[in-house]
Design a protein around this ligand. Structure first.
Ligand code: OGA
Ligand code: MN
Length: 279
């Protein structure tokens, strides 16, 4: 039967695996969904290739893994408000989310995962990088680990580099209130609720400072962590084709879409799944 078995092909020593032999337009058993979820927990981001699925099928597949939540700042597709278009047009120079980040970490309960489907791609470029935040934590010194273990850090919608990447989309698709700051303090080291492993949970896109400290006081250690957590040996790089899908764990992985295709259009469809308050 279609979709009864699949192969997992790791993409790097640190993170990412392609799932081969699954047709997302065909029925998928609960057993296979459970195995896909395990593959995501093991590899942090999983990829599917050559999937010919409609927005309704994208939504239906995502809902097998959890409760869909809308992106808070930009409107979704007309017919599918739960699907956010991630677009860069030919004349635009910034790309949405074009910094290292974990999605919407400024929310009190950020999404547990994100599923991105490639719809229209530039002839070259527009790859996405992913990095493993278990490895980022585990490779810190014992002294740094114990310093960070008790700390919380503030994540905000207003950090300049990330805000700049949203501006083009906000011009035409802003949701009401998208100008108001959303900020939340989260543990700097959180524990993954399914794997029980510790995660370094600060990111350059949204984390502004340690709780109860100024930005200036926080900057030396945060800047060290931002550089450390994206060391090449913690990462993989995904080359998209139309019909490619990336499904990442938004707690244990960060990502960064590369902005190297000026003059070309890139269109992705994005769904996020509800997560828990980090602890
Ligand atoms: C996102 C994002 C990555 C990409 O949708 O959250 O960061 O490759 N996009 O476009
Ligand atoms: Mn993102």
């Amino acid at each position: 039967m279609a979709n009864d078995t699949f192969t997992i092909a790791p993409m790097s020593g640190a993170i990412g695996a392609e799932i081969l032999g699954i047709d997302l337009a065909a029925p998928i058993s609960d057993q296979t969904i459970a195995e896909i979820r395990k593959a995501q927990n093991d590899n942090l981001v999983i990829f599917f290739r050559d999937q010919d699925i409609t927005p309704a099928q994208h939504l239906g597949f995502a809902q097998r893994f959890g409760e869909v939540v809308e992106y808070p700042l930009v409107k979704g597709l007309d017919d599918y408000p739960q699907i956010a278009p991630v677009i860069k047009l030919e004349h635009e120079t910034v790309n949405f989310g074009g910094v290292w980040h974990s999605d919407t970490a400024y929310l009190p309960a950020p999404p547990k995962s994100t599923m991105l489907v490639a719809r229209e791609l530039p002839p070259y470029g527009g790859d996405t990088l992913f990095s493993n935040m278990y490895l980022a934590y585990e490779t810190l010194s014992d002294g740094m680990k114990s310093l960070l273990d008790g700390l919380r850090a503030v994540n905000s919608t207003k950090k300049a580099d990330a805000s700049a990447t949203r501006e083009d989309r906000l011009k035409t698709g802003a949701k009401e209130g998208s100008d108001d700051e959303i900020a939340s303090a989260h543990p700097v080291v959180r524990t993954h609720p399914e794997t029980g492993r510790k995660i370094l949970y600060v990111n350059a896109g949204h984390t502004t400072r340690f709780d109860n400290m100024t930005e200036a006081e926080s900057a030396p250690i945060l800047n060290y962590l931002f550089a450390h957590q994206i060391r090449p040996e913690f990462t993989c790089r995904f080359r998209w084709h139309p019909g490619s899908i990336a499904f990442w764990d938004n707690r244990a992985a960060q990502h960064n879409p590369i902005n190297d295709y000026h003059g070309h259009k890139r269109v992705m469809h994005r769904i996020t799944l509800a997560g828990e308050v980090p602890s």
